[in-house]
Design a protein around this ligand. Sequence first.
Ligand SMILES: Cc1ncc(COP(=O)(O)O)c(C=O)c1O
Ligand SMILES: [Zn+2]
Length: 414
Amino acid sequence: MGHIKGLKCRECAREYPVEPIYVCEFCFGPLEVAYDYKSISKALNRKKIEKRPMNLWRYRELLPIDGEPQAGLNSGFTPLIKADNLARVLGVNELYIKDDTVVHPTLSFKDRVVSIALTKAREFGFDTVACASTGNLAHSVSAHGAMAGFNRFIFIPATLEASKIIASLVYEPNLVAVDGNYDEVNRLCSEIANKYKWAFVNINIRPFYAEGSKTLGFEIIEQLGWKAPDNVVVPCASGSLLTKIWKSFKEFKDIGIIKELNTKVFAAQATGCSPISAAIKLGSDVIRPVKPNTIAKSLAIGNPADGFYASQAVRETGGYAEDVSDQEIVDAIKLLARTEGVFAETAGGVTLASTKKLIETGKIQKDEVTVICITGNGLKTQEALQGHTVSPHYIKPSLASFEEVLEKIKSSGH
Ligand SMILES: Cc1ncc(COP(=O)(O)O)c(C=O)c1O
Ligand SMILES: [Zn+2]
């Protein structure tokens, strides 16, 4: 059995039973899963975790399920790469990449949240799963939903990158491309969720779904040798991932898995959609919605549901935020590929370019341990690099033609 006590309003602390609900009837605050940490601290320790299979369910006592996992048995436990080449370029001593470009099966951290959401959807008895997505979530619900045998309704803005749309369609969901931006898609989905008895993973299942992001944080601590980093840099769309990474660190401290926690949490956004970083930079609690305009479409949420909580986590930890231009995003994608061999999607460009600025301005210091969260794979957003890469060398199928080019390459110093 699980260790969930129930759901609890983040604002007024009113308690609710474990049901597919997400908003407090009294104050409209968001509901969150509440656990029995006393029993978890008795049930879970480092040794027990280390003996389990290398997937995100190794932390299952801290995840909101009652029975056995129904999805994501191969998801999670992605590499934590010690990024020495990149560290040298950025001028810091110890830098790590949490590489969620390779989460099984759809190559973004969304496979984490969807694993929990679909397990919960099955426990609640739903036969149809759905989501409002900026792209990556669509892939993940399409794929995991197919494996677990759910009907699937996937809602996306029609303007998503063509490659992102195909990477959903291959799983043959009902894909609904809406003539509007993500915030409009999300509003429509809230209406649909009220009318149809579907498990909208990021609406009525959101309290459970969001908990899946904690596994990224648990893994960081385990992979650093059961230590929390000095800094963690997290890309933000709705702000949920950042909020939950911070929650995961606090939980490991609270149940005694780690003794010390002095991590600063940093938010990364694209300047063309930066409601969270703008509030943090202004020192304000108010998240002002914006109309997104950036190549980082996966992060293009203008009215972030968890923006307030993300900015609060950043403030609480003494972190900060940065935001970056489209050009900086492209440059950072290339820098990451060139130095560490990791091909990230635009969200990864946002995270690295923001980290670079945070180092340049002294918010992140040279001798600190920093982890940057690279959360999605670059093969999904190749359009962003069109015209920004080096060109192939075109030759005839002859040795002479090749050697002609080789001479040119040599004389250009490559
Ligand atoms: C690749 C990638 N990274 C980060 C995020 C941010 O997630 P959140 O909405 O939890 O802030 C998203 C959201 O879609 C994403 O697709
Ligand atoms: Zn409330």
